[in-house]
Unconditional design. Sequence first.
Length: 242
Amino acid sequence: MRQMSLTSELVALCHREEADPGPDGSWMQLNDDDFRILALRLSDEADEGPLWVFAYGSLIWKPAFESVERQRATAYGWHRSFCLDMVRWRGSVAQPGLMLALERGGRCDGVIYCLPDGEKPAQIERLLRREIDDHESIGSVRWVPVRTAQGTLRALGFWVGVTGRGTSLNQPLETVARVLARACGHVGSGAEYLYNTVSHLEEFGIRDRNLWRLQLLVADEIRSIHGHVETGAQSVSAVPIT
């Protein structure tokens, strides 16, 4: 197993208490009817058989749903990118953060989860309520073809192909590292999010070259902010921060 430069000790240095500012009033919030209608549409578009969800970031280590099966899968034509601007959750107005989404180009190795048998509209609605909360985000929810060891299937993906307001696309890793090393919101820091994602990808044997480089850059950035910190290298098999 490879040794991560970004350790739990370094991540802990990024934590601070932040109040939840609540929804941004400039975005149009979804109501109960909106969620229901969107869930019904996505259910109508779904393939026959079980409902699969494609996870490439936090859904891998904090899915917030039950599953009956999981396996590696690859989405071609997309790649992970810290391109979602955050002034809530893992960022603040004073120190905005960045979250992962899928940008066009390349490939993304991730994990697909199979949900238990049940009413697809209800299952999808629960997922929607976890992942999005405004009308402007609806276009980022889509069915993504993924390739598995058993063949190709379609899985529900979130924050796929984001554009426009609220995004910072194609940023250099050095720029992203400076943001993640400093940003923190009421649910945690950007460094913590990166730490959890990289360590759990490693558990699945997934080697994301950009994220591996990014965790090194973030570790160096944290040391530069807080002074030299001797933490030693930490195995990715260690229990991660949750």
